[in-house]
Design a protein around this ligand. Structure first.
Ligand SMILES: NC(=O)c1ccc[n+]([C@@H]2O[C@H](COP(=O)([O-])OP(=O)(O)OC[C@H]3O[C@@H](n4cnc5c(N)ncnc54)[C@H](OP(=O)(O)O)[C@@H]3O)[C@@H](O)[C@H]2O)c1
Length: 248
């Protein structure tokens, strides 16, 4: 965060704490903000050895909207507000082995499940954490999106479910930014493109290129830099790892 915003960070929540980028983000945020309460949230108990001991781990089944509600109400009782929420959940393909190369690979089940995970879950987390965010002095809600989910970037086609669910996520980000701004004019809601990051699922797609392919640690450093430079005029927009704006 910039000097001013970083000093105001008290409570931070990263959803998707067991993920490659989510875990790296937690480590980076804990490093840079030693005084903040860093909360890692995951569907399953996270392997805590990979995370700094000060990080508070929470188990939460995002599939159940009521459970997110109960979680946020408990959080409200204990902490009152959240200065920064990062949503690091998401899947390339939810059910199918690979993303669709062409129309014959499209299935209803993949479209629906991909949309549920990539678009619906972040939207429900925003809904239930809205009061926590509104109460913070300079709240930030940052969601990992993807460049290839932007209509402006679609030159090759394919990967239907992923592209569509992330494009819809980008619309959610814009819509959410308006509503949170009305509650708190210092707020920021953004989508972030981490770049291509070496993870279990990306390995098979990136083996032929070394260009702009980041380790999770580098990706996390870059993303935390981008988050640190966010200001309210940037709300509702999508930014890449190098702070360049991506048109939705
Ligand atoms: N890796 C890349 O090159 C790349 C590029 C562009 C964008 N991104 C975006 O960055 C985000 C994180 O990606 P990653 O590479 O860190 O992936 P990852 O290691 O597979 O982690 C993704 C996280 O998503 C959550 N998740 C997985 N399946 C889910 C399900 N069925 N229901 C609910 N949550 C589920 C899990 O969170 P918990 O198990 O902790 O709950 C998991 O840890 C994604 O949104 C992805 O689209 C990644």
């Amino acid at each position: 965060m910039t000097e001013i915003r970083s000093m105001q960070l008290q409570n931070v929540a990263v959803f998707g704490a067991s993920g490659t980028i989510g875990a790296a983000l937690i480590r980076e945020l804990a490093d840079r903000h030693p005084l903040a309460n860093i909360h890692g949230i995951s569907r399953e108990p996270v392997v805590s050895e990979s995370l700094p001991p000060k990080v508070k781990l929470h188990e939460l089944d995002y599939a159940d909207s009521d459970k997110i509600k109960v979680f946020s109400e408990g959080f409200f009782q204990q902490y009152g507000s959240l200065d920064l929420i990062v949503i690091a959940t998401g899947v390339l393909s939810a059910i199918s082995k690979n993303p669709e190369k062409s129309v014959e690979h499209i299935t209803e089940s993949e479209l629906l499940e991909n949309f549920r995970i990539n678009t619906v879950i972040p939207t429900l987390i925003f809904k239930h954490c809205f009061t926590l965010l509104s109460n913070a002095p300079t709240p930030t809600f940052a969601v990992l999106s993807a460049r290839i989910g932007s209509i402006s970037d679609n030159r090759l086609g394919g990967w239907y479910a992923y592209r569509m669910s992330k494009a819809a996520l980008n619309m959610f980000i814009k819509t959410a930014s308006h509503e949170l701004r009305r509650k708190n004019k210092h707020s920021v809601v953004v989508g972030l493109h981490p770049g291509t990051v070496k993870t279990k699922f990306s390995e098979r797609f990136i083996k032929n290129t070394t260009k702009n392919c980041f380790t999770p640690e580098t990706a996390a450093q870059q993303l935390v830099n981008v988050i640190g430079n966010l200001t309210p005029p940037k709300s509702g927009r999508l930014f890449a790892w190098d702070e360049t704006e991506i048109l939705p």
